[in-house]
Every structure is written in C-alpha cells, then in structure tokens.
Design a protein around this ligand. Structure first.
Ligand SMILES: [Zn+2]
Ligand SMILES: [Zn+2]
Length: 267
C-alpha cells in the first residue's frame, strides 16, 4: 500500500518539476540567463566566482599568493600573531563579484534559492571539518532583525549544509541577546566586547553541545568578532571543538594594520 503510494508520488514528482519548469524556466541565480536546472549559475557567472582554493590559511580561510606565506601549522602571518578562538575556518568564495551579489541577495532580497547553491559549495570546501557526528550551528540574529527579514540567512545555510553532509543542525543553540549596531566610531576592541556580550549559548542546548565538535555556519567572515563570540559561547558550554564554515570570506585590507581600529561593519 505504502509502496504503491510511494511509487505514485515518485512518478508525480517529475511531472511537478516539469510543470514548474514550464511556469518558471530555470534561470541563472545571478543574471537570469537560461540554465539546465533550477538553482544553478550560467557558465559566464560561474567563471566570475573566486573560489577559495589552496593555499589558504586554515584559521581565517583567506587564500594566499603562495604556500610559502603559511607557517608550519598552516596559518597566515596575521593568524600566527593573533590566534583565532576557533580551530579551523573554511570559506567557499572570496567575497567579491558574483559571490558577493549572491550573498547580499540571500541576505536582503529574499533570494533564498541562493542558500542551496552556496551550501553545496560550502560542503565542497568544508569536507574535512564536517566530521562524523559534528553539530552544525548557525550564527544567530537578534529577534528584531528576524522580525524585519523573516529569516536568518545563516540558519538557511546551516540547514542546507547539515542536510547535504548528513549531519544534525541545532538552529537555536546560540542566541543573540541584544541587538548590536555597527559601532563605526568605536575602537576594534570595543566592538569585539560589544559582540562578545551579545551572543550566548541557550541554556537548554548545553547538554547537546557538551563534548561535541561544532561547525558554526555564517554567510560571511569579516572581522571575526561575531565568529569569536559564537566560539567562546560554545567552548564555555563544553563544546570539544569549534570550526567555522562560511559562504564568503573578506580578505583583510592590506592598507589597514590589523592591530589598529578600523571603521566598518562588525561581522
Ligand atoms: Zn548568469
Ligand atoms: Zn589567517
């Protein structure tokens, strides 16, 4: 009986996809050109993605011009000077050009289809941190922001990554207890302190996090302030390790000294 029903559903599904294809012909996620299937980029847009490939820093995921830039432990000079709170980080793309547009439209323009494409690429680069039994946890947004945007783009990515990798996602493990605003005039340290106090581990999730390897998922890795706050909250809650997996990484501006206050978005 169930097998029969399942068979009918299996036969109907391609029909549904066909009907969808007639109503909405598959279009490139970026430019709208014709593509073979839904959820793809056309070859011209795909060629404009700057994927992160080796050599890249294990801690900040930023691609390096040569392997000689990395120390014995695989860290770039900046990460050797200031060790990150998390263990490893992987990014699918450098945040520029088409990747930047895909991420911005996922975040601000309701293009949630972009999450599936970005998640596929994140799983591709994150294979070695998406270890067996790891828990996938999104970076939280404050509920006011959730109210305005209706969804958390990091949670969409985390769900898609977990599904593709066959892992559990714990969407509510971290909570943003207060809304942080870009504090342009504050020093780097003040902004880090502000974010650090804004993110907490939900007490009911403590037992599920304890002793586990966690992969924190976000759309972007910029200053690392948010990622560090998430990592510290998880480690204080007893997580065994924390890694980061993001869609886009923003390379540090070479004209800005990492130790000096910079002025921009807290990310
Ligand atoms: Zn295109
Ligand atoms: Zn680095």
């Amino acid at each position: 009986m169930f097998a029969l029903a399942g068979g009918v559903v299996a036969r109907l599904r391609p029909l549904g996809q066909m009907a969808l294809g007639v109503l909405y012909p598959p279009a490139c996620l970026h430019c709208g050109a014709d593509v073979a299937r839904h959820g793809l980029l056309c070859s011209a847009c795909f060629a404009r993605l700057h994927g992160v490939v080796a050599p890249f820093c294990k801690a900040c995921a930023v691609p390096q011009v040569s392997a000689g830039m990395l120390g014995a432990d695989g860290l770039c000079p900046a990460c050797e000077r200031h060790h990150s709170a998390w263990g490893q980080a992987r990014a699918a793309f450098v945040y520029e050009s088409v990747a930047r547009e895909l991420i911005l439209k996922l975040k601000y323009a309701d293009q949630t289809d972009n999450a599936a494409f970005l998640a596929q690429q994140m799983v591709r680069v994150g294979r070695d941190i998406l270890v067996d039994d790891a828990l996938v946890v999104p970076v939280p947004v404050h509920r006011w922001r959730l109210f305005r945007r209706r969804y958390n783009q990091a949670a969409l990515l985390a769900h898609a990554v977990a599904k593709l990798a066959g892992l559990r996602c714990l969407p509510d493990a971290l909570v943003r207890v207060r809304s942080t605003v870009p504090l342009a005039s504050f020093s780097r340290q003040a902004r880090w302190d502000e974010v650090a106090q804004a993110i907490m581990l939900r007490s009911s999730c403590g037992p599920r996090v304890r002793g586990r390897d966690i992969v924190v998922v976000d759309d972007l890795l910029t200053t690392g302030a948010t990622a560090a706050a998430c990592t510290n909250a998880l480690l204080q809650g007893g997580a065994r390790s924390v890694s980061l997996l993001v869609a886009g990484v923003v390379p540090p501006r070479r004209d800005v000294d990492m130790d000096q206050p910079d002025y921009g978005h807290v990310g």
